[in-house]
Structure formats: C-alpha cells, structure tokens
Ligand binder design. Structure first.
Ligand code: 5GP
Ligand code: ZN
Length: 118
C-alpha cells in the first residue's frame, strides 16, 4: 500500500484540513510555502495521467472549498501536480499541491537555462 493510501486509512497520521467521502486535504510534511497542503483522492490513482475526468472535475469544488475555508481565496494560491519521472513525482498517488500564504516565486522550478534543459 502506498504512503498516501496509508494516510487515507489512518495508518500514518496526518494533519487534516478538509475531508469528504472522496477526497482528503492535509498539510505537507515538508512545506515549500507558508501554506502547503496536499489534496488527494481517497482512491489510489497513480497520477494525473491516469485520472478520469470525473475525479478531476470533482476535485475542483473540493479545492475551492478548501481554499475558501483557510482564506487562500482572498489573495490567491498555486496548484501544482507533478507527474512521473520528469515531473519530479515522488509519491505515486495523485496529489495536487496547494501553495499559498504569501507571494510565491514564479519559475523557481527552472534550475538553468530552459533552452538547455530539454
Ligand atoms: P511529489 O514530489 O510527489 O509531487 O510530492 C510529494 C509530497 O509529499 C512532498 O511535498 C512531500 O513533502 C510530501 N510527503 C511525503 N511523505 C509525506 C508524509 O508522510 N506526510 C505528509 N503530510 N506529506 C508527505
Ligand atoms: Zn495510494
């Protein structure tokens, strides 16, 4: 069972922010922003690439509710989902990073000249 499935099952503790029958939002253990929350489907789906459109559609109001609940809707936030090897996905269970709580640096993911990266 993957680490996020264990969080869903309560086998690994997490700092939950919002939950419904299909999705769970909890604080990232190693935050990359003042607020860094992960949103996952309770069902194991490897990544966005394997997700069905209904799941992605249903995540939308869940994330909007989450961001309203914690006040991120006022000044904005960023959503990121890493996919596979090149995307830098470490946990192979679909998750959307919700980042906010301050002005976020943009293009921080570029380690060098983008024209030389690929
Ligand atoms: P990825 O690199 O796969 O897009 O992101 C995985 C994220 O999961 C990372 O930001 C990492 O800090 C977070 N993470 C990994 N293990 C745990 C854990 O056991 N609990 C929590 N809350 N976050 C975790
Ligand atoms: Zn899983």
């Amino acid at each position: 069972m993957c680490i996020f499935c264990k969080i869903v099952d309560g086998e690994i503790p997490s700092n939950k922010v919002l939950e419904n029958e299909k999705f769970l939002a909890f604080h990232d253990i190693n935050p990359a922003a003042p607020i860094h929350i992960l949103v996952i489907p309770k069902e194991h789906i490897e990544s966005f690439q394997e997700a069905d459109s209904q799941t992605i559609a249903e995540m939308t109001p869940f994330i909007q509710e989450l961001c309203s609940k914690i006040g991120l809707d006022k000044n904005g936030y960023r959503l990121i989902t890493n996919i596979g090897e090149d995307g830098g996905q470490e946990v192979k269970h679909l998750h959307i990073h919700v980042l906010g709580g301050g002005k976020l640096i943009w293009k921080h993911y570029q380690e060098s000249d983008p024209h030389k990266n690929i």
